[in-house]
Design a protein around this ligand. Structure first.
Ligand code: GLA
Length: 684
C-alpha cells in the first residue's frame, strides 16, 4: 500500500492554494515571442492556471547533437510565472529530433513486419534502445537541473502517452532478459508456453524472438508475455527518467499521461510509479454512450490513484482531427465533459492544446484558442469554464466513495483476446463497458479493481469477463461473498491460468464451489440468439420483454445454486444461463452466456438491490431519467444532463447550486446539457 508521499502532498497543496487546475498543453515553440505575450494575457483572462510546456520540444532544445538552447524556454517560463500560471514541465522525449534516428538507426522502432519506422512523425523511438535512452536521460537531466528550482514549475510530465511497441533486435534482447527474470530456466518457459504444441520447444533463451510476422497463429502465451514485457519496458523508460529528475533534487510531483484502458500498458503496474495519476480522454461526441463510457475511464483513474484525485491532462475542447469523421463539441458539451471529470475525482482539467496549430499534422485539431482567435464561441466557452472551476474549489481533494467494484485485469484482457477461440465476437472491453453502463444509468459509482485485490468494503462486485482467474483472485472473491458481498461473474471467466493455459476440469474450475455450478463446453451461439426462460420466481427477469443470450454460452449444470434463467430452445434447451448461490447475506451470481442488455440490466439491478446499494441521490439504485448522470464527490452532488431534453428530479431537502448560486427545495430541474453541483443548505 503506497502512502501519501511528499510529492503527492505538494500536488494537493498546490490545488488547495490555487484551486482546481485549468489549462492545457502549451507549445510555444510553434509561435514567435510576441505571440507568447498574447498567450499569457489570454490565459489569465480565461482563468488558466496550469499549462504543460515542452512535450515536443526536443529538437528545439537540442537542434544538433549535444546542443542546449534554453533561452526561449527561460523566457517562456518567466513569462508564465509572471502571469501567475504554473507549469507542468515536460521531458521532451516522446519525439526525438531527426538527427538521432539518422545517426543511430537502432533508436528507431521496428514493427512486426520488420519495417523500421522513420522520423517525420513522432514517437519514433525504440523503448529498448540503449542509445535512445542515454540521449533521453541526458536531456531530461539537463532540463531538470536547470528548472527544478524555477518558481513556475509545479509538476513534471515525462514523455507523452507511452504506448510504443518495438520488435527490433534490441527488443529481442530485452524480451529474453525479461523472460529470464520471469521464468529462471528455459524448461520453465517451455512449460508455461506449452511449447510441446507445434514443436516449439526452445533449447535456449537466445532462440526466442518477439512475435514478429509468422506463417500462422502465434503461441498465445508468447504473445501475452510480449505484451507484458512491452508494458514493463515502457515503464522502465518512464521510471528511468522519473529517477533522473528526482536525482536533481526536484521536489515536484512527477507524472506521465495515461490513455484510459490502453491496450499496451498495464496501468495497475504503473500506477504507483506516478505521484499523481493523469490521463488523456477523448470521448467521441458522435456516440451517445460516450458519457457513460468515459465515466468508466474516470473511475479507473481514481482507482489507479487509490481514490485520490487525478488530473485530466488532455481532452479536446471541440473536434479531434484523428477520427475518420470528427464532430465538434458545443461549448456546453465541452464544459460538461470537464465538469464530469471533476465530479468523478479530477482536481485539474486540461486540454490538448492551448493555441490551435496552423501547421503540422494536427492543424485541424481544436484548441482552447482556435484559429479564429478569442472572438469565438470556443474561447468564450473556455472563459466560462475558468469561472465555473473557481466555483468548485469546495470539491478539491474530496473523495468519490464507491461501494461497488468492477474487476479489470490487463493480462486477462490480453490473453482473452488472442485469436483462435470459440468466438472472436466476445470482447473484454465491450463486456466491461456494457456492465458498467448499467451502474452509470443508476447513478452508482464503481471503483475499478485489479485481480486478486482486497475486496473488503465492496458490497457488490462485478466481474464482467475475466478470462484468467488465479487462485488468489478466486480466494478474494470467496472471501468477499463470505463477508456478505454480492459477486456477479460473467461469461468465459476463469477459463485460464496466469500463463493463459486452459484449466482442465468442469469450469470455471477455481470458481465452481463458490458459484455452485459447473460447465463442460463453451460454444458460439447462432446469430439468431438463444431465447431464455426466466424462472417463475425471478421477477426482474420475467419483466424483460424477450430475454436472450448471444455470442457465447456454456453447457452448464447447477449443482448448488438457484437457476434464474434457462435456455429455452435448441441444443441448449433447459441448460441454466443465469444462476445464484446464496451464502449467508451474500451471493455468488453466475452469468453463463452473453446476455442481451435488458436481461443483463435485470441481473445487475437485482444484485445491487440485494446488496442494498443506493444511488448518488441516496435512494434505491433504480434507473435515472435517460442521459442523467448522478455522482457524489465529497459533499457535492453533481447532476449532469447528457440528454437533449430537460429533466426534473427529486432531491430532498434544500440545496444550493455552486455553479449558479440558485437554491433548490426538494426538486431540481436540469436543462439539456447543463450541470448542477448541489450542496446541502445548512440552516443553522
Ligand atoms: C494525444 C497526444 C497529443 C495530441 C492529442 C490529439 O493525446 O498526447 O499530443 O496528439 O492526442 O488528440
Amino acid at each position: 500500500m503506497s502512502t501519501t508521499t511528499p510529492p503527492r502532498r505538494a500536488f494537493d497543496a498546490l490545488i488547495a492554494e490555487h484551486g482546481l487546475g485549468f489549462g492545457g498543453d502549451y507549445n510555444p515553440e510553434q509561435w514567435t515571442p510576441d505571440v507568447w505575450r498574447e498567450d499569457v494575457e489570454l490565459m489569465r483572462e480565461a482563468g488558466v492556471n496550469l499549462v504543460t510546456v515542452g512535450v515536443f520540444s526536443w529538437a528545439m532544445i537540442e537542434p544538433t547533437p549535444g546542443a542546449r538552447e534554453w533561452g526561449w524556454l527561460d523566457e517562456v517560463l518567466d513569462l508564465l510565472h509572471a502571469g501567475g500560471i504554473a507549469v507542468d514541465l515536460a521531458s521532451p522525449v516522446a519525439s526525438p529530433p531527426p538527427w538521432l534516428g539518422m545517426r543511430h538507426p537502432e533508436t528507431l522502432p521496428v514493427d512486426r513486419d520488420g519495417v523500421r519506422l522513420i522520423p517525420g512523425s513522432r514517437n519514433q523511438f525504440s523503448p529498448a534502445s540503449r542509445v535512445y535512452r542515454e540521449h533521453a536521460a541526458a536531456i531530461t537531466r539537463d532540463l531538470a537541473e536547470r528548472y527544478a528550482g524555477h518558481p513556475a514549475v509545479c509538476m513534471w510530465h515525462v514523455g507523452n502517452e507511452y504506448g510504443q511497441v518495438d520488435h527490433g533486435d534490441e527488443a529481442a534482447r530485452e524480451f529474453r532478459l525479461w523472460l529470464g527474470r520471469r521464468y529462471g530456466t528455459i524448461e520453465a518457459l517451455n512449460e508455461a508456453w506449452g511449447t510441446a504444441f507445434w514443436s516449439q520447444r526452445y533449447a535456449d533463451f537466445d532462440e526466442i524472438l518477439p512475435p514478429r510476422r509468422m506463417p500462422y497463429l502465434v503461441n498465445p502465451t508468447q504473445s501475452l508475455d510480449f505484451r507484458r514485457y512491452s508494458s514493463d519496458q515502457l515503464r522502465e523508460c518512464y521510471r528511468e527518467l522519473r529517477d533522473v529528475i528526482r536525482a536533481t533534487g526536484a521536489a515536484q510531483p512527477i507524472t506521465t499521461n495515461f490513455m484510459g484502458f490502453h491496450a499496451l500498458t498495464d496501468y495497475w503496474a504503473w500506477a504507483d510509479d506516478v505521484d499523481v495519476v493523469s490521463d488523456d480522454q477523448y470521448p467521441d461526441p458522435a456516440s451517445s454512450d460516450s458519457p457513460a463510457d468515459i465515466a468508466l475511464v474516470q473511475d479507473l483513474m481514481r482507482s489507479l490513484g487509490r481514490g485520490r484525485s487525478w488530473v485530466l491532462m488532455e481532452q479536446a475542447i471541440s473536434a479531434t482531427s484523428w477520427r475518420e469523421h470528427n464532430l465538434p463539441k458545443s461549448p456546453l458539451r465541452a464544459r460538461r465533459d470537464s465538469l464530469q471529470a471533476v465530479a468523478r475525482g479530477a482536481d485539474a482539467v486540461c486540454y490538448f492544446q492551448w493555441r490551435q496549430a496552423k501547421a503540422g499534422a494536427e492543424r485541424f485539431h481544436s484548441a482552447m484558442l482556435p484559429h479564429a482567435g478569442s472572438d469565438s464561441d470556443v474561447f468564450r466557452g473556455v472563459r466560462r469554464q475558468g469561472e465555473d472551476l473557481k466555483k468548485l474549489t469546495a470539491v478539491a481533494g474530496a473523495r468519490v466513495p464507491a461501494e461497488v467494484a468492477i474487476l479489470f485485469d490487463w493480462s486477462s484482457w490480453w490473453a482473452g483476446e488472442e485469436p483462435a477461440r470459440p468466438t472472436e465476437r466476445l470482447s473484454t472491453m465491450t463486456e466491461v463497458t456494457r456492465w458498467y453502463r448499467e451502474l452509470w444509468r443508476r447513478g452508482v459509482v464503481a471503483d475499478v479493481v485489479p485481480a486478486a485485490s482486497d475486496l473488503a468494503g465492496y458490497r457488490t462486485i462485478l466481474v464482467p469477463h475475466s478470462y484468467i482467474v488465479t487462485p488468489e483472485t478466486a480466494s478474494a472473491l470467496r472471501t468477499a461473498v463470505d463477508a456478505g458481498a454480492h459477486v456477479v461473474i460473467g461469461p468465459f471467466s476463469g477459463v485460464a491460468d496466469e500463463n493463459a493455459q486452459v484449466l482442465t476440469g468442469r469450469s470455471p474450475v477455481l470458481l465452481r464451489d463458490l458459484l455452485g455450478v459447473s460447465g463442460e463446453e463453451w460454444g458460439a451461439v447462432p446469430d439468431a440468439g438463444s431465447p431464455l426462460a426466466p424462472a417463475d420466481d425471478w421477477d426482474a427477469g420475467r419483466a424483460v420483454a424477450q430475454p436472450h443470450a448471444g455470442i457465447l454460452a456454456e453447457r452448464l449444470r447447477a449443482e448448488d445454486a438457484d437457476v434464474l434463467a434457462r435456455h429455452a430452445d435448441g441444443d441448449l434447451a433447459g441448460i441454466p444461463a443465469i444462476t445464484r448461490r446464496t451464502v449467508g447475506t451474500g451471493a455468488a451470481w453466475y452469468v453463463g452466456a452473453v446476455l442481451d442488455q435488458a436481461t443483463l440490466s435485470a441481473v445487475i439491478a437485482d444484485a445491487l438491490a440485494a446488496a442494498g446499494i443506493t444511488d448518488a441521490l441516496g435512494g434505491p439504485a433504480g434507473l435515472l431519467p435517460d442521459g442523467l448522470e448522478a455522482v457524489r464527490r465529497g459533499d457535492v452532488l453533481f447532476l449532469l444532463n447528457h440528454a437533449d431534453t430537460r429533466t426534473d428530479i427529486t432531491v430532498t431537502g434544500s440545496h444550493v447550486d455552486l455553479l449558479t448560486g440558485e437554491e433548490t427545495i426538494d426538486s431540481v430541474g436540469i436543462a439539456p446539457g447543463e450541470v448542477r453541483a448541489l450542496t446541502e443548505r445548512r440552516t443553522w
